[in-house]
Design a protein around this ligand. Structure first.
Ligand code: G6P
Length: 745
């Protein structure tokens, strides 16, 4: 508020100064012009009178009839403006002056005024206009006519004009000030967006015809000015207040009236596993879980997921619910049990052999089986029914996660028509041609369009989705509003780049010092204290570019042999979907390439590559991130990739270098990383070399900037933006409902 006021003052003060200067300059100018106009008028008038009097006057003078001259003069000065008349003979002795002739004026003075072209004279009675006019005959001895006009009325007129002008300037100033204040108060972004739309020729509500070409340079200039203004406004307003758990909770309470949030995902946030006699709780390796879990802790509510832990059934109540996180119990986890057939067809089959490779350009062919499709549909229906059971109102806010549930939004829309359904697609969306090979592509699209909001990580994925719908369905797509209307329902398609929870100062304080982490990790992997360490942390998935990364490590050792014995690459690869042949074959391939590199460059006491195919908990990962000189993310295609963000969050010492694939969504935000094409082995090898030899100061500058980005664009902002959009849509829908009801007879 105070910033807006400051901003307004910055507009208003210069405006006031400009207006005062305008008044100061224009008023005397207007005075001068008025005088000049009237003086010219009186000159013309004088000529006219002299012409009219010439003949009778010359006749009277020729006969010496001074009485006639007097009578003629007295009749003439009856004119309202003409004050006096007189005659100036060649000797300049004034004769026949009329009664009101100013005593202080004589012929000599009048002649001087005429020569100086300054016809005004200040008489005791007021300002007068003086003109000496020869008679028509112009005989050498003929007197000249001296005309004296009253000029005081001009002063009155000039005073009036000044008054009007002053009022006009003040009124204009007030109007401009008012407009400035109103504009500043209006939603700045909306205004700027609107203005830009107009400049683009789109209009605010519906497309206008584009501006004629002759306006193009002006439009370009205006656009640049607007952008400048917008930047200045942002700078003046300071950084947007930070997103955190508290702000998200407030948003939920105010904009969504404490509506309960229901999350649906395949993967559960906590698995209860049997370990001998004990039950242990494990966090799965899943970017989705990493992101959603802090949001659920902040929002409370219910998370529905497949119960896949070996001791999951033993840990729930009669309604298959358990409060989590263990010991804190912030929200409810509702587990849904799947038969082996269901898991095989829906999860392994359709989701992970079909949709996963379909959406990732990683050169693995998708497999589509009719039986998997049937299971996928059935399991989606079961989850929809579970949402209805868990919902406490008829209009809950439901957050659907990922490619396991493409059909669920439309199914739920049938069961709970008033629900607000936000679907987030955590993986990339391919081109329309790639997606089109799915035999059930239209059914998947129709299912997804049951959502109120459909979110992707990047604008590129949103565009791909819209184009896919355009090719496959009869739907109305409004690009300027990012909406798709299908079968009477509108879906907002928007990009929401996902992120992580930024660690609090307390959490950071509990981490072991980076130096200690380094010592521990180096000891574990038998690295010399002067060695460099690069790390990769992934699920064992063919989309992650682990093979390409190993090729780059191999090439680096080949190209820069000085690193042999002094460089270690640790690859954590959490086992995943190992029931699938594709994954098992991939793992075997990685193991053999690792073996080959180690044989080629290793020695008895040295192995350059350490492949650890185990699940690691968060503490172990933090230790590795803090120990490494470089973190290498070389995904062949990735929706976002949260490992890159976790690495940056762990480096509060502002050291370490991120090598990041340009095919990961994260590359759009994390531009200070060393961005590589993972298919280009040479380029990736050089980036690795550059990372482990980068001067400390350059590391610090890059890391500090990356940390600013991830801190600001954290997961609460991700959820907050989606939920505020949902709140806006809800308000619009409620109003539309009321209007529809009021129209019903
Ligand atoms: C990706 C998907 C998530 C999934 C995660 C782990 O990040 O987008 O939905 O949970 O991989 O895969 P998994 O099959 O083990 O759940």
């Amino acid at each position: 508020m105070r910033t807006t006021l400051r901003l307004q003052l910055r507009f208003l003060l210069p405006l006031a100064l400009v207006l005062v200067a305008a008044a100061y300059l224009t008023l005397p100018l207007v005075d001068r012009l008025t005088v000049r106009w009237f003086a010219r008028d009186l000159d013309l008038r004088g000529d006219l009178i002299a012409n009219a009097l010439s003949d009778p006057l010359e006749n009277a003078l020729a006969t010496g009839d001074t009485a006639s001259v007097d009578a003629l003069f007295e009749r003439t000065v009856l004119d309202e403006r003409l004050l006096a008349l007189g005659l100036c003979p060649p000797d300049n002795r004034l004769s026949q002056p009329t009664r009101a002739f100013p005593a202080e004026l004589d012929c000599a003075q009048a002649a001087r005024l005429g020569e100086a072209r300054r016809p005004l004279f200040k008489a005791a009675t007021g300002a007068v206009h003086v003109r000496v006019q020869p008679l028509r005959s112009a005989a050498p001895q003929a007197p000249r006519l001296l005309l004296v006009h009253d000029f005081s009325f001009v002063e009155h007129r000039s005073k009036d004009t000044r008054g009007y002008l002053l009022v006009l300037i003040v009124a204009m100033g007030a109007a401009m000030a008012l407009i400035t204040v109103v504009v500043a108060q209006l939603s700045w972004r909306g205004w700027v967006a609107g203005a830009r739309a107009v400049l683009r020729g789109e209009g605010l509500l519906r497309p206008l015809s584009p501006p004629p070409p002759e306006f193009a340079p002006i439009a370009v200039e205006l656009r640049a000015r607007l952008r400048g203004l917008e930047d200045e406004y942002r700078r003046a307003r300071g950084p947007e207040s930070a997103w955190n758990a508290e702000r998200l909770r407030r948003l939920l309470a105010t904009e969504l009236h404490d509506q309960e949030i229901i999350v649906v995902s395949n993967r559960e946030p906590y698995l209860h596993e049997r370990d001998g006699d004990r039950i242990v709780v494990r966090r799965p390796a899943s970017g989705l879980v990493t992101a959603i879990e802090p949001v659920m802790r902040a929002c409370s509510g219910t998370w529905i997921a497949h119960g896949s832990g070996s001791a999951d059934r033993e840990s729930v109540d009669d309604h298959d619910r358990v409060r989590v996180p263990p010991g804190e119990e912030d929200y409810t986890l509702r587990r849904l049990w799947l038969t082996e057939d269901e898991e095989q067809g829906y999860y392994y089959g359709f989701a992970n052999e079909g949709v996963w490779p379909l959406c990732h350009a990683a050169h693995v062919r998708p497999v589509f089986r009719e039986s998997d499709w049937r299971r996928y549909r059935a399991v989606n229906r079961r989850f929809a029914e579970a949402v209805v059971v868990e919902a406490r109102s008829e209009d809950p806010v439901v957050l659907m996660q990922d490619y396991h549930f493409a059909l669920l939004p439309a199914m739920l829309r049938e069961l709970l028509p008033r629900a607000t359904i936000i679907t987030f697609w955590h993986i990339p969306w391919p081109s329309p041609e790639s997606f089109g090979i799915c035999p059930w592509s239209q059914e998947l699209l129709r299912g997804m369009l049951g959502s109120t909001i459909l979110g992707f990580h990047t604008k590129h994925h949103c565009r791909n989705f819209m184009e896919t719908v355009d090719r496959q369905l009869e739907a109305r797509i409004e690009h300027e509003h990012d909406t798709i209307s299908h079968e009477g329902k509108e879906t907002l398609i928007e990009s929401y780049p996902i992120s992580i929870e930024w660690p609090s100062p307390e959490v950071c304080a509990a981490w072991p010092a980076a130096k200690l982490c380094r010592e521990r990790v180096f000891a574990r992997f038998g690295l010399r204290s002067d060695a460099r360490l690069a790390a990769g942390v992934d699920r064992f998935d063919y989309t992650k570019g682990i093979l390409e990364r190993l090729h780059a490590v191999e090439r680096m050792l080949e190209k820069y042999p000085e690193w042999t014995g002094r460089f270690g690459f640790v690859q954590i690869a959490a086992p995943t979907r190992s029931a699938l042949e594709e994954y098992r074959a991939f793992q075997a391939r990685i193991e053999s390439v690792t073996e080959r590199i180690n044989t080629r460059f290793g020695r008895e006491d040295y192995r350059p590559v350490h492949l650890v195919a185990e699940h690691h908990d968060q503490d172990a990962l933090i230790e590795l991130y803090r120990a490494a000189d470089a973190c290498v993310v070389t995904s062949l295609h990735d929706g976002m990739n949260l490992v890159s963000k976790e690495f940056v969050a762990a480096r509060d010492d502002e050291r370490g270098v991120l090598v990041l694939s340009r095919y990961a969504g994260a590359a759009r935000e994390m531009t200070e990383a060393l961005i590589v094409n993972p298919y280009h082995v040479e380029e990736t090898a050089d980036a690795l070399q550059r990372a482990i030899t980068m001067p400390a100061e350059e590391q610090r500058v890059r890391m500090a900037s990356l940390r600013d980005t991830v801190r600001e664009y954290n997961v609460y902002r991700w959820a907050g933006r989606m939920l505020s959009d949902a709140a806006r849509v809800r308000v619009r829908e409620r109003i539309a409902d009321r209007v529809a009801q009021s129209r019903e007879p």
